[in-house]
Design a protein around this ligand. Sequence first.
Ligand code: ZN
Ligand code: ZN
Length: 131
Amino acid sequence: MNNGMRMTEQRALILKILRSTKSHPTADWIYQEARKEMPNISLGTVYRNLRVLAEAGAIMELDYGSGYSRYDGNPENHYHFQCQACGKMYDVDIELVHQLDELVEESLGAIIHEHRLEFYGICKDCQENNH
Ligand SMILES: [Zn+2]
Ligand SMILES: [Zn+2]
């Protein structure tokens, strides 16, 4: 990864935290984790570094209309499912991402750079808790 982005100690820590979880956390959660290793880090610093990392393509910022962003340490395009009961966000592991791009390219003669697809419903955990 080299987009002229300087890898400061804080930035490296934030990236490490994000890459170590699959929970698609909020900036606040990342901040709480970062403070365990760097007690002096501020929430503003976390936000600023998240923005730089997202712009450099090292992480993904997910803003699905919930009013606040979640962050994903996996920058490859992949789908998400959000549970409408608990709000958890899951990765959807299906191999359609590139196929869909190709289908749309064929149908429009366009070059597709990215696409978005989101799933909403009730996750397995929440279904089990309700029975
Ligand atoms: Zn749920
Ligand atoms: Zn994800």
